[in-house]
Design a protein around this ligand. Structure first.
Ligand code: PLP
Length: 330
């Protein structure tokens, strides 16, 4: 109860949203919470709109709930963000849910209030569609940017939106395995029913740690975001200086999603042709010792994801290695 109350305080403090502890669930991370929420919300044959690139796990979880993902491609020219017209076009009579993730894994793209309103305006015309907001990177945003939550932007969506968040990213407490969600009273008991037959409950030790994180001082979150911002700025500049790579500068999270289209078709020193981002990721791992994730994992090519939740020294070295590997291609 103490943690659920702290979560209510957090939603009030950060998002100006009112929830009672009965509307809040705590689970062993956002990942199981997403799984349980989707099991509760979806039936076979339902369609779920997912802007892509998207976090890999959304796809498998929707499929495991028997539903069908409907991907909306959000190109780099539009900041990797879905617009109202894209959403409208993807909606059918079977659409049950729209999944939003701001800032996003894998692009770091985040919606401001006006951009979010472009989506919520469309949703107002479709009262049978649920909304899931995964705000786990909420506090990792740069400069004065503020990421928008759909209910905060459009209070009329309160009765059909579930917002998920956790301590893995903001507080770098990934291993403590605590995620939380808030939503309408019509939905949350159903999610709890699924959860109670699965994880049961989150570890009490993790809950105590999350309580300390959420109710303790919050000012260092801005300082931490400034450190990530320095790394983003360094990497965007450094990667764009490598011939063949193009990298956009996102609003948040700790990922970049550069395009490697110009490198495809080239040949490695070992004589292997790079046909897609998977081939490039393997080449970078084998020859440069740098781990990146191919865009196909996020339903978007020809790009790859890199994480900068790493020290500046490691990032500088990684860029050196990437540059050498790219230069060695013929
Ligand atoms: N949502 C997104 C968008 C993520 O990127 C991740 C982790 O990578 C999660 C949820 C899961 O976080 P947790 O550690 O709380 O399970």
């Amino acid at each position: 109860m103490a943690l659920r109350e702290a979560v209510c305080d957090k939603f009030k403090r950060d998002n100006r949203l009112d929830y009672s502890p009965a509307q809040v669930l705590i689970d062993s991370g956002v990942k199981p919470l997403l799984f349980h929420a989707l099991q509760a919300m979806l039936d076979a044959g339902d369609e779920v709109i997912i802007p892509v690139p998207c976090w890999t796990s959304y796809i498998g979880m929707v499929l495991l709930a028997g539903a069908q993902p409907v991907f909306v491609r959000c190109p780099e020219e539009r900041g990797f963000k879905m617009q109202g017209a894209d959403l409208e076009q993807a909606i059918t009579a079977k659409t049950r849910l729209v999944m939003l993730n701001s800032p996003s894994n894998p692009t770091g793209a985040a919606y401001n209030a006006a951009e979010m309103q472009g989506l919520t305006d469309v949703l107002l015309d479709h009262p049978d569609i649920w909304v899931l907001a995964d705000d786990i990177y909420e506090h990792i945003v740069f400069g004065n940017f503020v990421t928008a939550n759909p209910v905060q932007v459009e209070p009329a969506l309160y009765e059909r939106t579930i917002t998920l968040n956790g301590v893995s990213k903001a507080y770098a407490m990934t291993g403590w395995r605590i995620g939380y969600a808030a939503g309408p009273e019509t939905l949350m008991p159903a999610v709890l029913k699924v959860m109670s037959q699965s994880t049961g409950c989150a570890s009490s030790i993790g809950q105590a740690a999350a309580l300390a994180a959420l109710s303790g001082p919050q000012d260092y979150l801005r300082e931490r975001a400034a450190v990530y911002q320095q790394r983003r700025d360094f990497l965007v500049g450094r990667l764009n200086a490598i011939d063949g790579l193009r990298c956009h500068s996102p609003e948040g999270a700790f990922y970049l999603f550069p395009s490697c289209g110009e490198l495809l078709g080239k040949t490695t020193p070992g004589g292997e042709r790079l046909d897609d981002s998977k081939d490039l990721a393997k080449y970078l791992l084998d020859s440069a010792g740098v781990a990146v994730v191919p865009g196909s994992a996020f339903e978007y090519d020809p790009n790859f994801r890199l994480s900068y939740a790493a020290s500046m020294a490691d990032l500088e070295q990684a860029c050196e290695h990437i540059e050498q590997a790219v230069k060695a291609l013929a």
